[in-house]
Design a protein around this ligand. Sequence first.
Ligand code: OFO
Length: 169
Amino acid sequence: MASEKLNEALNMQLKEELKSAYLYWAMAADFEAKNQKGFAGWFKAQAGEEMIHVMKIYGFLYERLSKAELPALEKPQASWSSPLEAFEAALKHEKFITGCIHSLYKQAKDLGDYAGEVFLQWFVNEQVEEEANADEVVQKLQTLGNQPMALYLLDKELGARKPPFSLQG
Ligand code: OFO
């Protein structure tokens, strides 16, 4: 049976996912301003992924005859000193989100909310990919250091990442 307690916790996670989208969008805006369009594109695609996570939780709450509550969001950080700093922050953030998802999953289990547990399984797996994606870029940046040509090529490579839906106006 759908637990009200889990619905409340899912609403809180909705806020975390929105904050993730907002953070990555802020990173994209910073790279855009520095003319590093590939890094910007990667983060725009990531912000799009986060909006999919938001909409999954939003839809699930309504299927459970509950209601999604849209929260106020704090202003995100506006600039990062280097691509490495931004991607390290993204990886740290994803680890934090993994922790949130794991505690939600445990809550669903403890409450005997089976539908919630199955729903959250998708997020548990998704977080493995989320961390791996950010970690891959962190490792590349650590290897490349601050060599301008290497950063130029990585910017180009990351620009090939496709957003999950069209972000054109
Ligand atoms: Fe929604 O997974 Fe990233 O934050």
